[in-house]
Ligand binder design. Structure first.
Ligand SMILES: Cc1ncc(COP(=O)(O)O)c(C=O)c1O
Length: 372
């Protein structure tokens, strides 16, 4: 048993573990299709969308990232990527690998982009797709979304948003905010095991991806096939494409059911309350939060500036060894800048914040200051 208080995966509650341990059925049995329909409805609720083209990828968050880019972009087309941590870097690389003409807008981790800056970059590069991370888990920043969908629409560009680390923890409204493609992961606030990734496309995105001149580079992630597998293409029969992760889908369905029962508003409120409680405790320990603007902090993953004079690896190793607790360092451009505490979904409780604070206090007391 480990306390998974890093940026994911988070601990899986017994109810989801039990769902995942049910006997396997065939991935194309009628009962499985009912389960997939439940998942689709659960994702529609979690994303606040009525999009018909709503499915779960057989794969982790990266599968959804690749699916979004591979299907909506053709080689040579212009793509604009906002980078303020690792996830924009990843999407830029994915788009480059499939032959897109990639333009990067870059801020240091913890930075964010104004709508003005985004408008200017879109006018300059005329992209078919603009990517933004809602919950930048490597920096602990929750990016404002309002108005960006309208800017993209005005410039005939699709708006792609990553909510892997923020879904269920911070408000997002796919339809109201004019987001064309939205995806998330199973293993953060949804508390299901890693390995499935919800994704949804609106009509604008469908129009672009189903009127291509070239086939997407990936067969596994081709939405023509996946939309049939998920019963979204209006065809009477589903044809074999790949074998979906049956147990993973059982777990994802349960995670979504828990979120539906709890309610999104309640879940957002809880994450905010527990995060505020954690901020106070961290400040009481003399630690500094990495993102200074409180309203821009990601409620699910809190980033702490590395305390002066400490080796962050030593602190994290101490916490794992003596408290069986995972916290992590930075990722990509935030390595060496932050330590991260994630309290998501089932883990999002003040008692867990207390445990994390206690473990940190113990580590700060017992790990020698190794730098001046
Ligand atoms: C914001 C964000 N996007 C994408 C990913 C990638 O997801 P996965 O590791 O499930 O492929 C992560 C994982 O931590 C993430 O936090």
């Amino acid at each position: 048993m480990r306390y998974l208080f890093g940026p994911g995966p988070s601990n899986v509650p017994p109810r989801i573990l039990a769902a995942g341990s049910k006997p396997i059925i065939g991935h194309m049995h009628p009962e499985m299709y009912e389960i997939m329909n439940d998942i689709k409805r659960g994702i529609q609720y979690a994303f606040q969308t009525e999009n018909n083209m709503t499915i779960a990828m057989s794969g982790s968050g990266h599968a959804a990232m690749e699916c979004a880019v591979f299907n909506t972009v053709e080689p040579g087309e212009s793509v604009l990527v906002a980078i303020n941590g690792i996830w924009g870097e990843r999407v830029a690389e994915i788009a480059e690998r499939m032959g897109a003409n990639v333009h990067r807008m870059v801020k240091t981790p913890g930075g964010y982009f104004t709508n003005n800056e985004i408008t200017q970059a879109i006018e300059k590069h005329k992209p078919v797709l603009f990517f933004l991370t809602h919950g930048e888990s490597s920096a602990g920043l929750c990016h404002p979304i309002d108005g960006i969908g309208d800017i993209c629409r005005k410039h005939n560009c699709l708006f792609l948003v990553d909510t892997v680390a923020s879904l269920g923890a911070a408000p997002i409204f796919m339809d109201k905010q004019n987001i064309d493609i939205l995806y998330t992961g199973s293993q953060k606030a949804l508390n299901a095991p890693p390995g499935t990734a919800p994704i949804s496309f609106n009509d604008r995105a469908c129009h672009k991806m189903f009127n291509r001149k070239t086939k997407p580079v990936s067969y596994l992630f081709d939405m023509t096939h996946l939309s049939n597998y998920w019963g979204c293409d209006g065809q009477p029969a589903r044809i074999y494409h790949h074998t979906g992760p049956v147990s993973g889908f059982f777990g994802l369905r349960e995670g979504l059911a828990i979120l539906v029962e709890k309610g999104l508003e309640e879940s957002w409120k809880k994450h905010k309350e527990v995060a505020s409680y954690l901020y106070r405790g961290l400040e009481d320990l003399g630690l500094k939060l990495f993102v200074p603007e409180r309203d821009l902090r990601l409620p699910s993953v809190t980033t702490i500036a590395i305390p002066n004079g400490y080796d962050w690896r030593e602190l994290l190793m101490y916490i794992m060894k003596h408290h069986q607790m995972e916290m992590t360092g930075g990722l990509g451009p935030s390595i060496g800048k932050v330590m991260r505490i994630g309290l998501m979904g089932y883990n999002c409780e003040k008692t867990n914040a207390d445990m994390a604070l206690h473990a940190l206090a113990d580590a700060l007391k017992n790990c020698k200051k190794s730098k001046a």
